[in-house]
Design a protein around this ligand. Structure first.
Ligand SMILES: *Cc1c(COP(=O)(O)O)cnc(C)c1O
Length: 380
């Protein structure tokens, strides 16, 4: 078995992308130059938001969001456990308390009914995670947020290009976050962005990404002044200009990337429908999925195999399967700091034992897809 290893995700970078980065390396600005604003405008225009604020990672973007909402000690923020740890960590950075709220069994997305049950006097915000690239039930979540006067945040790191009732992720709620890590839809090496329609939020997040300093260096140069004020405690969450050049170049390819991901998902869907022991996640009729991840459930009672056996068989066949995610509230940090643990989100905990992530990325060939389908069939 000397077959090429197929990773579950991988960036797709071409000559054009490389050329765009080199051009910036030859220019005057390595960091915070014209490409930053150009990238922000391109993403805002793509998702349909008024503003976008680009930062050094998706994690930094989530931190900016928690700061702009003034989350602090004593505040609770609702978050699902089936996500990357960063979705919850941002709450803890601010001294807030994450309130892990169970998911819907068929989609693994946060369950609006469960959200309503978890709201208390201390609740400040809800972070919805568009797991795998499937937008959350925003109609229900928005109603709940309005009813209880809460901010609704979308961690849309999986969902660039996804649509909910014809509206792109990034323009649906108050604040949406995307990541440009190499495994996401488009990459800037590292990077993240917040999209919003609030000018006030955008301004404050721009300040937070630059130490909390209220005027940027371009403005100071224009005004011919050395004076600036630091008005809150911020961070250096700036992104470089050459990363933004890569992001701009990648964004042009996003429609093709999405087509390819959707094409692979369609082949998987069709092939797995009849495989006994494999259950697909549900896709709501009114959404357009972005397929950052392709996740299936291995039903032991139907195929007689444990997820671990299927996982090992596929790895042995050179298929880079993975598991997304270990429920966040089961990690030692959360257990120790917040007393979370098994029993808190039973649906997430049970489904976690069954899920497996199969390779999906724009660089996969038709033959690669066939290999995954065949290997999964044989492993059963
Ligand atoms: C990737 C990801 C993040 C963090 O993004 P980084 O750019 O890696 O910091 C946050 N939330 C989710 C759901 C992610 O998948």
């Amino acid at each position: 078995m000397s077959k090429k290893f197929i990773p579950y995700g991988r960036q797709y970078v071409d000559k054009e992308d490389i050329g765009a980065v080199i051009d910036v390396l030859r220019s005057d600005f390595l960091t915070t130059g014209p490409k930053v604003e150009e990238f922000e405008n391109a993403v805002a225009s793509y998702v349909g938001s008024k503003y976008a604020v680009v930062v050094s990672s998706g994690t930094a973007a989530l931190h900016c969001v928690m700061n702009v909402l003034d989350v602090g000690p004593g505040d609770e923020v609702i978050v699902p456990p089936i996500t990357f740890v960063a979705s919850a960590n941002c709450i803890v950075y601010m001294g807030g308390t994450p309130v892990f709220t169970d998911v819907q069994e068929d989609t693994l997305l946060i369950n609006p009914e469960a959200v309503e049950n978890m709201i208390s006097k201390k609740t400040k915000a809800i972070i919805a995670v568009d797991f795998a690239g499937h937008p959350c039930d925003y109609d229900s979540l928005k109603k709940i947020a309005e009813r209880h006067n809460l901010s609704l945040v979308a961690d849309s790191c999986h969902a660039l290009g996804a649509e909910y009732r014809g509206q792109r992720c990034g323009s649906i709620v108050d604040l949406s976050v995307f990541s440009f890590h190499p495994l996401k839809h488009i990459t800037a090496g590292e990077g993240g962005i917040i999209t919003t329609n609030s000018e006030k939020y955008a301004q404050r997040m721009r300040r937070f990404r630059n130490h909390g300093i209220s005027a940027d260096h371009v403005k100071r140069a224009e005004q011919g002044t050395w004076y600036y004020e630091m008005v809150e405690l911020g961070h250096n969450y700036r992104i470089t200009d050459f990363q933004c050049a890569l992001g701009i170049s990648q964004l042009k390819k996003l429609p093709r990337f999405l087509d390819r991901r959707r094409g692979i998902a369609a082949r998987y869907d069709e092939s797995f429908q009849e495989m006994s022991g494999i259950e697909l996640l549900a896709v709501a009729e009114h959404v357009t999925h972005a397929y950052h991840l392709y996740v299936v459930r291995v039903l032991k009672e139907k195929c007689g195999k444990e997820r671990a056996q299927i996982f090992q068989a596929l790895r042995n066949a050179g298929i880079g399967v993975n598991v997304h995610y270990i429920p966040v509230h089961l990690h030692p940090f959360y257990r120790e700091r917040f007393g979370t643990g098994p029993g808190l989100c039973p649906i997430a905990e049970n489904v976690y034992e069954e899920i497996i992530t199969l390779p999906i990325h724009p660089g996969m060939s038709g033959e690669d897809v066939s290999r995954v389908i065949k290997a999964l069939g044989e492993s059963l």
